[in-house]
Ligand binder design. Structure first.
Ligand SMILES: Nc1ncnc2c1ncn2[C@@H]1O[C@H](COP(=O)(O)OP(=O)(O)OP(=O)(O)O)[C@@H](O)[C@H]1O
Ligand SMILES: [Mg+2]
Length: 236
C-alpha cells in the first residue's frame, strides 16, 4: 500500500479559477519529492490539501497511518505563542507532556535547525529566515510521517539555506517540498513533480527534466544553475 494517494483531486477556489485540475499520484515511504512550478501553478494548494488544511472540490486523498505536518510558505501563519520555545512545544504540550520535558525537546528541535539561541525570544521580533527555522522545528518536534514544506529556503541566506538543505537531506521521513529553488531540488529530490496551471506537467525521477531547458521554459521555469553547462570567464 502506498503511504499517500491522491485520486483525481481538483480544487476550485471560486467558480472561475481552477487551482488544481485532476491531480493523481501516489507516494511511497521515504520518498523525497520536490513540487516545482511557476507562481500560481498550484503548489501551495496541493500541499495544503495533503495537510487537510484545504478541502478539495472533488477527488479523494488517503494517507496510510500517521499524519502529515506542514510548514507554510508564510511562517507567520503558524505562530501564535509568545516565545519561540513555547511555540515549538505547543503540539507536544497539547498532547499532555510536562512543560519541563517539552522545553527540553523544543530546544533539541531548535538545535537541529541551528536556532537554539532563539528559544526565549518573542516570535514577532525574528527575521524571516529565523522564523522559517522555528517553523520547521515546530513541525519536526511532532515527528510527522510526511513532512510538507512550502518554500523552505525562500527567506534564507546562503549559509542558512545550505544548513536547512543538509538537515532535510538527513531526515528519514517522507518529504514533499514545494519550491522555486531548482538547485535545492537537484540536491535533495528523488522525484520531481512539475505543476503547470494546476495540472501535473511531468512526474519523473530526479534529475530528469530538471536538465531539459526547453521543457522548463515551456512551464515558466529556468534551468537550475547546477545544470548550466557553461563557464563564464572573466569579462572585462
Ligand atoms: N485562498 C484562495 N482563494 C482563492 N484563490 C486562491 C486561494 N489560494 C490560492 N488561490 C489561487 O489558486 C492558484 C494557485 O495558487 P497557489 O498558491 O497554490 O500557487 P503556488 O504554485 O503555490 O504559487 P507561488 O509560487 O506564488 O507560491 C492561484 O491562481 C491563486 O490565485
Ligand atoms: Mg505557493
Amino acid at each position: 500500500m502506498h503511504q499517500l494517494a491522491l485520486n483525481h483531486i481538483s480544487c476550485v477556489y471560486d467558480t472561475s479559477l481552477v487551482s488544481l485540475d485532476d491531480i493523481s499520484f501516489t507516494v511511497d515511504k521515504g520518498e523525497s519529492i520536490c513540487v516545482l512550478g511557476a507562481n500560481g501553478s498550484g503548489k501551495s494548494t496541493l500541499l495544503q490539501i495533503i495537510a487537510s488544511c484545504v478541502k478539495p472540490s472533488s477527488g479523494e486523498i488517503s494517507i496510510d497511518k500517521g499524519k502529515a505536518g506542514i510548514v507554510f510558505q508564510e511562517p507567520d501563519n503558524q505562530f501564535f505563542m509568545p516565545t519561540v520555545w513555547e511555540d515549538v512545544a505547543f503540539g507536544i504540550l497539547k498532547k499532555g507532556m510536562q512543560p519541563e520535558e517539552a522545553r527540553t525537546l523544543a530546544i533539541k528541535a531548535l538545535t537541529d535547525v541551528e536556532a537554539a539561541g532563539l528559544a526565549d525570544r518573542p516570535l514577532y521580533k525574528l527575521s524571516g529566515g529565523e522564523k522559517q527555522r522555528v517553523a520547521i522545528a515546530s513541525i519536526l518536534i511532532m515527528e510527522p510521517e510526511i513532512l510538507l514544506l512550502d518554500e523552505p529556503t525562500a527567506a534564507l541566506d546562503p549559509q542558512a539555506r545550505k544548513n536547512i538543505i543538509n538537515l532535510l537531506k538527513n531526515l528519514n521521513c517522507t518529504k514533499i517540498i514545494a519550491s522555486h529553488d531548482l538547485d535545492m531540488a537537484l540536491d535533495i529530490a528523488s522525484r520531481i513533480l512539475f505543476l503547470h496551471k494546476g495540472k501535473i506537467a511531468a512526474d519523473c525521477p530526479a534529475p530528469g527534466l530538471l536538465e531539459d531547458e526547453g521543457f522548463l521554459q515551456s512551464i515558466g521555469l529556468e534551468l537550475p544553475l547546477g545544470c548550466r553547462r557553461y563557464i563564464l570567464y572573466g569579462i572585462s
